[in-house]
Design a protein around this ligand. Sequence first.
Ligand SMILES: [Zn+2]
Ligand SMILES: [Zn+2]
Length: 291
Amino acid sequence: MTSRDWQADRRAVFDRDDHTCRHCGAVGDAADPTDLRTHPVGAVPLEGTVHESTLVTVCTDCLPSLSSSASADRSPPDPPASRDALFEHVRETTRTQGGAISDAASFASIATSLPTTIGDAEPSADGDTDAEPSADSDTAAEYRRIRQDVLLAVDVADAHLERLAAIDDSAFDADVGSSVEAFDADVGSSVEAFSASATDLQSTLRTVVDRAETVPVGLERCHGCFGALEDGRCSTCRLEARETTDWERESGDLALERLFSAINDELQAASTTTEDLTDRATALAAQLSDA
Ligand SMILES: [Zn+2]
Ligand SMILES: [Zn+2]
């Protein structure tokens, strides 16, 4: 693999994404993509060039709606400053997580079908998708795309929760003299209950992703870019292979049935948590609208 500089990588990412924001769908200017940025998803390898599989295109308008934990130089988010803003934010959080659940389900579905779709096909030595048989390279591209989608969606949902967490306790004092509108204590406990369910859901979705990523590793593929693994590391993007020992049979093969049923259990758990989340969002919305 030839190493490319950061600028070249950014162009490759924009080209791959058709100069379209992966979050909102806004199309940037291909000739002068000043309104587009790359955003890292998943674990970015510590050394070497940042591989395009770990980057997605986002527009500058969407940058503030991405998790601040993903980029160190971003300042902490502002809390919703009024009842209306809080109401809208909770609705948007629920919608974002709904999207993340459906992305997680798609990712689980492609991951669990990998043993049959790629079967015993040999990974190409340099991970260059052009050198792979086309069915395999289609699968690889789809795997990377859906993985990016789910990681981005989880990241956006994280950012929404960061904003809720930024609501200061003082915002629930009736006589707060700041620009932030006061929320009463009932709203405060409803926000807490909603955030607890939403955080729970985030962790369930991460578990789905982690487990689904175990499948390609069991097939000697990188869980990030789908390149060939060599001594526990990807030969293409240098990502360290995900640990698979929890899911191995004594023979060293993946216990696929157990892994797949664990993935399904987590998806089921996600749907149960979503019911709680919806109830809590509804309760909160009622409190916010009848005050
Ligand atoms: Zn956007
Ligand atoms: Zn890789």
